[in-house]
Design a protein around this ligand. Structure first.
Ligand code: CO
Length: 134
């Protein structure tokens, strides 16, 4: 069912410092920060040959990643995103195997303008999983 790893999202307490780490230390191609108010994050995209890293930082008071950073003060891997061909088919298959889809189960438009769903971390080895229809 799943295809490529689309991105790994890392929540960071200091976006500039994180960008500098990837750009200056690791020599990666790093985007300018982009505010995504609908998602409550500011994101910097790190382009790698085979996938992307998304450095995410809370935007606004009710950002969903605020609590994560309170628990993980140095930052940490927030979620992994896997590509699927058909998000409804993926959702129904996951549910039929007892996996919990977060929210109301209707795909939302994600950070790349494509439909996404998030799956409960307790159902996936302690990892928040995003699936994106590409
Ligand atoms: Co994501």
């Amino acid at each position: 069912m799943i295809g490529r790893l689309n991105h790994v999202a890392i929540a960071v307490p200091d976006l500039d410092a994180a960008a500098a780490n990837y750009r200056d230390v690791l020599g990666a191609q790093v985007s300018q920060p982009q505010d995504l108010p609908d998602h409550g994050v500011t994101v910097i995209f790190v382009e790698l040959d085979n996938t992307k890293i998304e450095l995410i930082h809370p935007l606004g008071e009710d950002s969903t990643i605020k609590g994560f950073l309170e628990k993980n003060t140095a930052g940490g891997i927030h979620h992994m995103c896997y590509e699927v061909d058909d998000i409804y088919e993926a959702r129904d298959k996951l549910r039929s195997q007892g996996k919990r889809v977060l929210g109301d189960g209707e795909p939302q438009i994600g950070a790349h303008g494509k439909p996404v769903l998030f799956l409960h971390p307790k159902d996936f080895n302690g990892t928040l999983v995003e699936v994106e229809q590409v």
